[in-house]
Design a protein around this ligand. Structure first.
Ligand code: PLP
Length: 431
């Protein structure tokens, strides 16, 4: 059985498929995509949308990239997948070496996970197993800051912001962790790290690790904070003997202007999670990296087995496209490119501040955020953007873009001017 036309399968989609964070009984409309090329997403009716989302931080080189396509095709010729239990392959080992070479020297060990959420689960397990093996069996809790996002599986959710992560709904199954306020920084480099330190001081014996997104908090609120906070955090984690997990699943691979955001604070995490842009948006793959200290620690109690092993661990197609994507990124002038995108976003979005509906405009690297005073009518605003020929997906009070790095000046201008257009309309309606 097949579908006769687009409206047929769109209807089927509406009645049978869940989309991210949607209702099955009252779904928001989904736009049918035919193909995607460069920074353009082509709908089945022929309309082309300039992509402002990089498919959630991932498609940094744009869509249908010849080099990435070739990497997948070539890997298909030899094998698309083999189990990673008891077997290994060059695509995975090459990727591990690239990741180790690109990140801070102490990060020497790699667990290839099949999604960002799983990479976070693995990171959490590593820290708990580490302390367990040291005889500190009470250290099973995490400490994090509000406004974070670390994934949709139960472990990841448990360290998402308790309010917008809907902890009440799942309170019977979610582990209870400790939360400090969102990072705040003053002009002079002083921060509100004391509240986090107080929590750590009181609960040191129960806390295994601090988990945080460095420099930019993504889906939990799109907030930016200063590197000083991370520097202080690193010192405090050492002082109170807890591990530091940095979740760079959104910020990794140059999005914030440095290859990894933690470089801006010049610190080294005990565990680093990467994902999203790792494969240039082609396939699902993530990685949890750690140090010899953590590895030795986990193995200190004899068996030393890390308790995780997904079926599709280290999928060779995903590894090879990740290898090609990393090579592409490194061969590009990414530093200059991100600086230019940042300057243009600054230039073209800062004036959004003048609309009374706007609370704050924030720009960091290739990320532009407009925070409104009120939550937006997502359906309406989404349709407005599509009408403007752009793909921008607002959520809650946030209208934000993180375009593919290959975007040119005029396409980026079209993204920012469509934001102006939508905000203007919203301001008129508010009066
Ligand atoms: C997206 C994201 C995750 C979860 O990754 P998935 O691949 O969606 O499971 C975790 N942490 C951060 C910071 C993210 O942005």
């Amino acid at each position: 059985m097949s579908f006769n036309n687009t409206s047929d399968w769109l209807d089927y989609d509406k009645n049978h498929l869940w989309h991210p964070y949607t209702s099955m009984t009252d779904p928001l409309p989904s736009y049918p995509v035919e193909s995607a090329q460069g920074v353009r997403i082509k709908l089945t009716d022929g309309r082309e949308l300039i992509d402002g989302m990089s498919s959630w931080w991932a498609a940094i080189h744009g869509y249908n990239h010849p080099v990435l396509n070739a990497a997948v095709k070539q890997q298909l010729q030899s094998m698309s997948h083999v189990m990673f239990g008891g077997l290994t392959h060059l695509p995975a080992v090459t990727l591990a070496k690239k990741l180790i070479d690109l990140t801070a020297e102490p990060l020497q060990h790699v667990f290839l996970a099949d999604s960002g959420s799983v990479a976070v689960e693995v990171a959490i397990k590593m820290t708990i197993q580490y302390w367990y093996a040291q005889g500190k069996k009470d250290k099973q809790k995490l400490l994090t800051v509000r406004g974070g996002y670390h994934g949709d599986t139960l472990g990841g959710m448990s360290v998402c912001d308790p309010v917008n992560g809907m902890h009440t709904l799942f309170q019977g199954v979610l582990p209870k962790h400790f939360f400090a306020p969102q990072p705040e920084c003053n002009e002079n480099g002083s921060t509100n790290i004391e509240s986090l330190e107080k929590q750590l001081q009181s609960h040191q014996s129960e806390i295994a690790a601090v988990i945080i997104e460095p420099i930019v908090q993504g889906a939990g609120g799109m907030r930016i904070y200063c590197p000083q906070y991370l520097q202080q955090l690193r010192l405090i984690c050492d002082k109170y003997e807890v591990l530091l997990i940095l979740d760079e699943i959104a910020t990794g691979f140059a999005r914030t202007g440095s290859l990894f955001a933690y470089e801006q604070a010049d610190i080294v995490p005990d565990i680093l999670c990467v994902g999203k842009a790792l494969t240039g948006g082609y396939m699902t793959l993530a990685a949890t990296m750690t140090t010899a200290k953590v590895v030795q620690g986990i193995s200190a109690d004899g068996a030393g087995i890390l308790m995780h092993g997904p079926t599709f661990m280290a999928n060779p197609l995903a590894c090879q496209v990740a290898n090609a994507s990393i090579d592409l990124l490194l061969a590009s002038s990414w530093k200059r490119i991100i600086k230019e995108i940042e300057a243009q976003l600054d230039n073209e979005l800062s004036t959004c501040q003048e609309y009374p509906v706007v609370k704050e405009v924030r720009v960091k690297g290739a990320i532009g955020v407009v925070e409104l005073h009120e939550s937006v009518d997502m359906k309406r605003m989404q349709a407005d953007f599509v009408e403007q020929g752009v793909w921008i997906r607002p959520f809650n009070k946030l209208v934000y873009i993180m375009p593919p790095y290959i975007i040119n000046k005029s396409d980026l201008s079209q993204l920012t001017s469509s934001i102006h257009h939508v905000l203007k309309r919203l301001t008129l309606n508010a009066n």
